[in-house]
Design a binder for this molecule. Structure first.
Ligand code: NAP
Length: 209
């Protein structure tokens, strides 16, 4: 049984790591694949390059034996659509449950994702509650919400589960703002990531020409 933690990760922070950890623990996941989106489908261009974001993800997860870096979206050109990632993964993991981990804001936009109905035939979705975000449950979703992880795992895909994750009000936007204001980001991201961000002088205010 595997988890997918997809993200723009601009940059990765402890909020991301914590929801992956809590989902893995609750569902007994063997592995969680961290998959940085090379070209996010619904967001403006990230500030950091795809290579930088991917490097930071690898640094952030390197000490957790259950977390794996998956570069499949880095290898594809064009927008990073989750449907393409899941179709490819399904070919490898034919009989396994796949759990896609996301926050409330991502779920609230889910109907705008490419082939979103097909996505639900390929995986379950764990929606992690996060501070200051209000979950909307559209009508189509009502019969899909399950009350326990055991209920979710009764089949390989197609269910939804709301995880009351430990509230961690960190966002990538907050990190970028702090760096731009020359404030510390220590204890918001892993030290190794903070050091790279500092060395690469990324997220600093853009100079006027
Ligand atoms: P992101 O900003 O890096 O965030 C990754 C996930 O972590 C999001 O679901 C986010 O929830 C959650 N998160 C961040 N901080 C959190 C915190 N403090 N507490 C709890 N949860 C937290 O990545 P993203 O741009 O939203 O993308 C997420 C995934 O969705 C990626 O795999 C992307 O490719 C995919 N996606 C696909 C399509 C498509 O195929 N058309 C469209 C959009 C996104 P929130 O959503 O609540 O911020």
């Amino acid at each position: 049984m595997i988890g997918i933690m997809g993200g723009t990760f601009d940059p990765i922070h402890y909020g991301h790591l914590r929801i992956a950890e809590e989902t893995a623990e609750l569902f007994g996941l063997d592995e969680v694949h961290f998959i940085p989106a090379k070209q996010p489908a619904l967001k403006l261009s990230p500030r950091a390059s795809s290579e930088q974001r991917a490097d930071w993800v690898q640094l952030a997860i390197k000490d957790n034996p259950h977390f794996h870096f998956n570069h499949c979206e880095m290898l594809r050109d064009g927008k990073s659509y989750t449907i393409d990632t899941l179709r490819a993964l399904r070919q490898e993991k034919v009989d396994q449950s796949i759990v896609f981990i996301m926050g409330v804001d991502a779920f609230n936009q889910f109907e705008y994702w490419k082939n979103w109905q097909e996505i639900l035939t390929l995986c379950h979705i764990v929606v992690c509650d996060r501070p200051h975000s209000l979950l909307k449950k559209p009508n189509w979703s009502q019969p899909l919400w399950q009350k326990t992880p055991q209920d979710v795992l009764a089949k390989e895909s197609g269910y939804l589960y709301l995880l009351a994750a430990t509230p961690i009000p960190i966002s990538s936007t907050l990190i970028r703002k702090k760096v731009a204001n020359q404030q510390s980001i220590r204890y918001l991201v892993p030290d190794s990531v903070a050091e790279e961000i500092s060395q690469q002088q990324i997220y600093l205010p853009r100079k006027r020409s």
